[in-house]
Design a protein around this ligand. Structure first.
Ligand code: NAD
Length: 480
């Protein structure tokens, strides 16, 4: 069976150079697909959707194809992880974990394909609007939403791509995927993977390109039924406007400024490594990083000291190094932005406990950084940093810290460390975020929905909710 459509080589707006963030060396170039290329990809996806070459296969067959795609990815995990590492800068170990997480996502949604159905109800009314039929057989149908545009960021390219492709294909949609301009390489692998798994030609289309060109053309396209976007809140707002032309459905997984709250009774043997990894994973380039760490005054000094030691222990290294924990930031621009936020905070009175500088080596490396003495109006506390930088702030009581934790335009994730079970559940209810971790860091599973409150997003990925997001619901009344 044929597979994913090939990239459009002609009619592109130019090329995008791709660099390895840990060496600063150019490693390739990809097309900056223009509007005509987007039109062709959308038309291909539309044709497959209307012909039903994918959505009308038996559910068992579609489940089998998704399962096989996961098997192929698992077999090729090392090869894909190597590409992800040179493209994004993440360590190979982290890349491999994310690739295997992608397989779990596909296995999970392969399981759902055979279980998609609506509800059936017997209805007896006391007289409807027409007053004609009073008894009905009613049922609902779950139908794929149509052609979907999938726009993804650079911080976990392959994983985020599969997080969208898996439910989209499980629902029966046809798709056009646009990877980030910084990290397009692993997405190019999707062509052969889904072809080999058995996805018909044109159902999944991968188009490289810049956000302002390819992404904007996809977002505004009148024949796209939905955009699923993961990226910054700023671009999310642009997409809201772009989608208004045909009122296409929008799913937005956006930025965060996640708080961590550690009480005097926390088990520090777990809380310190948990807080360190929750801050520093992928060098802080993770939407859920807890860069505001509120620590109760009784353990504050101890936690600051121990966090600094833990942060220093992370081994920094490049895409070719083994036995490393953290890689570089994605670009020189991102490194300079992160250090700018640190320096601005320091100029206004914050203290660097550890880190605070770029590393003296090729690549966009920033040392794991812990600060104290911040104030609520500093960008260190208000802005998403997307780097290995966290501030530790003392607090006295629960209400005070809850107010600070919720005082943000974001609402993606929060972490609580306490041995008091009542307090843990009480705060989990009162925190304004879509995800709460209690005595753990970065836990994730396909079975629970993932999505943000406030300006961290609209809708959910994962679980049934993540699949439902790619479907329309139709209610049918049959008069008896
Ligand atoms: P970004 O918003 O700059 O770019 C994301 C994608 O949008 C890229 O593919 C880009 O090309 C595209 N884009 C840019 N401008 C566009 C436009 N005008 N129209 C259409 N598409 C456009 O984000 P980034 O810098 O790549 O990624 C970092 C951001 O992603 C952070 O804010 C982070 O929190 C967020 N993120 C969120 C989640 C989540 O699940 N909530 C997960 C990972 C990353």
């Amino acid at each position: 069976m044929s597979g994913v459509a090939e990239l459009d080589a002609p009619t592109t707006g130019g090329v995008i150079e791709v660099f390895n963030p840990s060496t600063e060396q150019r490693i390739g170039e990809v097309a900056d697909s223009d509007k005509a290329a987007v039109d062709r990809a959308v038309a291909r996806a539309r044709e497959t959707f209307e012909k039903g070459v994918w959505k009308n296969l038996t559910a068992a067959r579609r489940a089998e194809v998704l399962w096989r795609a996961a098997d192929i990815i698992k077999e090729r995990a090392n090869e894909i992880a190597a590409v992800e590492a040179i493209d994004n800068g993440m360590t190979r170990a982290h890349a491999r974990n994310l690739i295997l997480g992608s397989c779990e996502m596909l296995y999970y949604y392969a399981g759902w394909v055979t279980k998609i159905h609506g509800d059936a109800v017997d209805i007896i009314t006391e007289g409807g609007i027409m007053g004609t039929f009073q008894e009905y057989h009613g049922y609902s149908l779950m139908e794929p939403i149509g052609v979907v545009g999938l726009i993804i960021p650079w911080n976990g390219p392959f994983y985020v791509a599969i997080s969208k492709i898996a439910p989209a294909l499980a629902a029966g949609c046809s798709a056009v995927l646009k990877p980030a301009e910084e990290t397009p390489l692993s997405a190019l692998k999707l062509e052969s993977i889904f072809r080999d798994a058995g996805v018909p030609e044109g159902v999944l289309n991968v188009l490289t390109g810049n956000g302002e060109t390819t992404g904007a053309a996809l977002a505004a396209h009148p024949d796209v039924n939905k955009i699923s976007f993961t990226g910054s809140t700023e671009v999310g707002k642009i997409l809201v406007r772009a989608a208004s032309g045909n009122l296409k459905r929008l799913q937005l997984e956006l930025g965060g400024k996640s708080p961590l709250i550690m009480f005097n009774d926390a088990d520090l043997t777990r809380a310190i490594p948990g807080a360190a990894i929750g801050l520093l994973v992928n060098s802080g380039q993770n939407c859920c990083c807890t860069s505001r760490m509120y620590v109760q005054r009784g353990i504050y000094e101890e936690v600051v000291d121990k966090l600094a030691v833990a942060a220093k222990a992370f081994r920094m290294g490049g895409s070719e190094d083994t036995d490393v924990d953290l890689g570089p930031l994605i670009s020189a621009k991102q490194r300079d932005r992160v250090l700018g936020i640190v320096n601005e905070g320091v100029a206004r009175g914050a203290t660097v406990v550890t880190g605070g500088k770029a590393m003296d080596r090729p690549g966009y490396f920033v040392e794991p950084t812990i600060l104290t003495g911040t104030t609520p109006d500093m960008r260190l506390i208000t802005d998403e940093i997307f780097g290995p930088v966290g501030s530790v702030i003392p607090f006295d009581d629960e209400d005070e810290v809850l107010g600070w934790a919720n005082d943000t335009e974001y609402g993606l994730a929060a972490t609580l460390w306490t041995e008091n079970i009542g307090r843990a559940h009480r705060l989990a209810k009162r925190i304004q975020s879509g995800l709460v971790w209690v005595n753990c860091a970065l836990a994730a599973d396909q079975s629970l929905p993932f999505g943000g409150y406030k300006q961290s997003g609209w809708g959910h990925e994962r679980g049934w909710k993540g699949l439902e997001a790619y479907m329309n619901t139709k209610s049918v009344y049959v008069g008896l």
